[in-house]
Design a binder for this molecule. Structure first.
Ligand SMILES: [Fe+2]
Ligand SMILES: [Fe+2]
Length: 542
């Protein structure tokens, strides 16, 4: 937060919230703007002072000044229920429109537009579209020239002092209204990305369709075709002769494998268009979860494998110790999947809502990341590891909306298979009787977070930190292999692991499929192979 030191009208101390003077339940307005003696800020503060002069100190309205959108988010988090209004001015650093659309059901949003500084769009058509979209979300818009005392006074009275509730509650809406509302909040200028043609054609094919039909669906899409052939000709697949055509590829590698590669290529092509620097981290996370989902349910016992499972397991190039741990835990026996379930694609797409946020609500993940960092620092100050579900942080900001809800909207538009839709919608709130594919994806997500978390980084997320501690302890241990690992998980990191799992509030019935100690042992042992499969794939699709 920033303090308006030399301002004649905005003097520190009068209504201003500083780090030292936190309000005790006083209503709070977040002022997202650069402080200067602009007409609208002068009018705003004058109105506020006048209203406050009629109130007891305990009821007086305070305001907090935030220079950029991340600061708006962290201040909102800090003063949660007290915030009644967010005033977005032309001086706010970051994307004001995103802040408005994200927070629209959280607080009353008033946005002051200076056409020269923060226009709603570059051209009149975009401007009108964004304006209409924001108005539908009940965001109050005003040009700087109109934002005078008469403009602010009723807003402060209604929104802040009489405490009129902001926005609508998604929970109480019908599914149609709910979907419409979510679209409104996501769909201004950047519409949902559309499903690429090749992906649509391949989704319509049956695994038993002749290779010729597969070739017809893919051949015209040269980038995807190139990647498929490049991947199949890599050492991992170990075919004796070069794979030159899609017909051959389907015949040699199975339709399912081709389907997986196509999906991965198509999704990565869509999202490579976002300029965000963290897309690589997202992609590593998704691939790791996809690979874990696939591997964790493969039978490692030759007697239990069919020929396809045998080939798929071989592609992970596991060593004896890794197979032994898989055989020990026998997770494949406990996970019952349906015919239609596709673990790899489910894993690949489970967090698709996060990139949709990147594409439709630019900067939105930055706000989530700012809150993660704030929580990490708070946890560190208490000498603890950070452990909080990212969905909770998203819901805090966007009220009722998280990346599962957003991902489900996209999956719905793309007509993704129902079982994958269930994964996208519920992987963070797995019901006791949820289909096993959802439970498998939730477990694979936990596993994926041990290697490549997102959007928390590996220095913030507790699982990679715990894995690091296992690494160090393994080097010091006098025991070997699985025996050493058992001891470290059961003793050295046990308390912290339990503490983290409790604070993450993961559903207990996940551990009915596999007890958590065996699970983390399995994940730790398999991690190097998942890592190399993920990085290998990333390099071949680049
Ligand atoms: Fe997720
Ligand atoms: Fe995830």
């Amino acid at each position: 937060m920033d303090f308006p030191l030399e301002m004649s009208c905005l003097t520190a101390g009068e209504g201003l919230v500083t780090e030292e003077a936190q309000p005790a339940g006083n209503p709070l307005i977040i002022l997202g703007d650069r402080i200067s003696a602009t007409r609208h800020l002068t009018a705003f503060v004058k109105d506020l002072k006048q209203e406050n002069s009629l109130l007891d100190p305990g009821e007086q309205v305070k305001y907090a000044i935030c220079g950029d959108s991340s600061e708006v988010a962290t201040t909102l988090k800090k003063y949660a229920d007290d915030v009644k209004m967010v005033l977005i001015g032309p001086g706010l650093g970051g994307n004001g429109v995103t802040v408005a659309r994200m927070l629209a059901t959280k607080a009353h949003i008033v946005m002051i537009i200076d056409p020269r500084v923060n226009p709603l769009g570059d051209d009149p058509a975009t401007y009108a579209q964004v304006q209409a979209n924001l108005e539908e979300l009940n965001v109050i818009l005003s040009l700087t020239k109109d934002a005078d005392e008469a403009f602010f006074q009723p807003l402060i009275k209604e929104y802040v002092i009489s405490g009129m509730a902001a926005g609508t509650d998604l929970e109480s809406m019908s599914p149609e209204e709910r979907a419409k509302m979510i679209d409104k909040r996501l769909d201004a200028v950047n519409a949902f990305p559309s499903l690429p043609d090749t992906q649509r054609k391949v989704a319509a094919l049956d695994d038993l369709d002749p290779p010729k039909k597969w070739a017809e669906a893919i051949d015209d899409d040269l980038p995807t075709k190139t990647v498929i052939l490049r991947i199949l000709n890599s050492a991992r697949y170990g075919f004796r002769s070069r794979v030159e055509t899609i017909d051959q590829a389907v015949a040699l590698a199975s339709a399912r494998t081709i389907r997986e590669i196509v999906t991965a290529c198509q999704i990565s092509q869509i999202f490579s268009k976002t300029s965000e620097g963290t897309i690589d981290q997202f992609w590593k996370h998704s691939l790791a979860v996809a690979n874990f989902a696939k591997l964790l349910c493969l039978p490692a016992d030759p007697a239990a494998q069919d020929s396809q499972q045998k080939t798929e397991l071989e592609r992970f190039q596991l060593d004896e110790d890794q197979v032994a741990v898989m055989q020990d835990v026998k997770l494949w026996e406990k996970i019952e999947l349906g015919e239609e379930d596709d673990p790899f694609t489910s894993g690949l797409l489970h967090d698709i809502g996060k990139v949709t946020m990147l594409m439709c609500l630019e900067d939105s993940l930055e706000l989530v990341m700012a809150l993660i960092e704030q929580e990490v620092q708070e946890a560190q100050a208490e000498n603890k590891m950070w452990a909080h579900q990212v969905v909770d942080i998203e819901r805090f900001l966007m009220k009722d909306i998280d990346h599962q809800v957003i991902g489900t909207r996209l999956a719905d538009k793309w007509e993704v298979a129902p079982s994958i839709q269930q994964v996208i919608a519920n992987h963070h709130q797995v019901a006791e009787h949820a289909p096993h594919i959802v439970k498998l994806a939730a477990l694979a997500d936990i596993a994926g977070n041990c290697l490549f978390p997102y959007p928390a980084t590996d220095t913030q997320h507790p699982f990679p930190i715990l894995f690091d501690r296992i690494d160090k302890a393994m080097k010091k241990s006098t025991k070997q292999g699985a025996e050493a690992l058992d001891e470290i998980i059961s003793e050295e990191i046990f308390e912290d692991l339990v503490d983290v799992l409790n604070r993450l509030d993961l559903p207990n019935h996940l551990w009915e499929l596999v007890d958590f100690k065996s699970f983390f042992k399995l994940v730790y042992v398999l991690a190097p192979k998942i890592k190399s499969a993920t990085i290998g794939f990333l390099q071949q699709t680049a």
